[in-house]
Design a protein around this ligand. Structure first.
Ligand code: ADP
Ligand code: ADP
Length: 227
């Protein structure tokens, strides 16, 4: 079961006095889409990277299911992250980009092909599997980045401002696609954005951060109803 628990989780960067994430407590349900929202510098990326294992935790713990993952390396956590800049390999085809992590993990070729094909179908990328990333639109590249995460069937899916490189129209379209994809896959998801509308339209619940401190966790409905 892929619940996630931030348990007094704290991050103080070396040389800083104030914590960037200060005793964060959030319980995320299995299959939930949780959005971390807040202004620039509020600690959203840090909180996400702590869950990914990319940032050291200086206090408290982080749990995935009943496992304390606080000190586990990223590859031992069963999480997959989609970054803002997608970080696709330019010299590899779409299919090879999507299969690369599995190849590194030693998954056999037939199984990789199968998972890449399934992900391509879900993401409407089937016609583009043999193309290089530069021959794709921004929205297509964004879906390849998602595909690369999906093929690993992670327990937890992490996204850090995945729409920030898209124009306004495509952003609206893509946020709907991501939300419906997440619901179809039922994978526990933590999604970072500074955009309140994005947060309200996509999240099952929204966690608001300010200066590293959690202000509120609520459903969009509850947020809408409260002043
Ligand atoms: P957000 O994602 O909400 O913009 P961040 O998590 O990136 O916020 O940053 C939170 C705070 O931590 C900010 O004050 C930022 O300056 C600080 N910070 C982020 N990364 C580092 C770092 N590598 N070293 C020192 N301070 C950092
Ligand atoms: P390699 O290039 O490593 O010898 P492949 O040609 O089988 O092996 O492709 C590399 C990886 O990308 C494989 O793991 C493969 O499953 C996946 N892949 C390549 N082309 C496709 C495709 N058209 N459809 C689905 N998966 C593909």
């Amino acid at each position: 079961m892929a619940t996630v628990k931030y348990d007094e989780s704290t991050r103080i960067y070396p040389g800083n006095d104030a914590p960037s994430v200060d005793r964060l407590n959030i319980d995320i349900a299995d299959g939930e889409f949780l959005v971390l929202v807040g202004p620039s510098g509020s600690g959203k990326s840090t909180a996400l990277r702590m869950l990914a294992g990319l940032e050291e935790v200086n206090g408290g713990k982080i749990w995935i299911g009943d496992r304390d993952v606080t000190n586990l390396s990223p590859k031992d956590r069963d999480v997959a992250m989609v970054f803002q800049n997608y970080a696709l390999y330019p010299h590899m085809s779409v299919a090879d980009n999507m299969g690369f992590a599995l190849k590194i993990a030693g998954v056999d070729k037939g199984e990789i092909r199968k998972r890449v094909e399934e992900a391509a179908k879900i993401l409407d990328l089937e016609p583009y599997l043999e193309r290089k990333p530069k021959a794709l639109s921004g929205g297509q590249r964004q879906r390849v980045a998602m595909g690369r995460a999906i093929v690993r069937s992670p327990q937890v899916f992490l996204m850090d401002e995945p729409l920030s490189n898209l124009d306004a129209k495509l952003r609206v379209q893509t946020r709907t696609q991501i939300a419906s994809l997440q619901r179809r896959l039922g994978v526990t998801t933590v999604y970072v954005t500074h955009d309140q509308v994005e947060a309200m339209t996509m999240g099952d619940r929204i966690a608001v951060l300010k200066d590293g401190i959690l202000q509120q966790v609520a459903t969009p409905r509850e947020m809408y109803d409260s002043p």
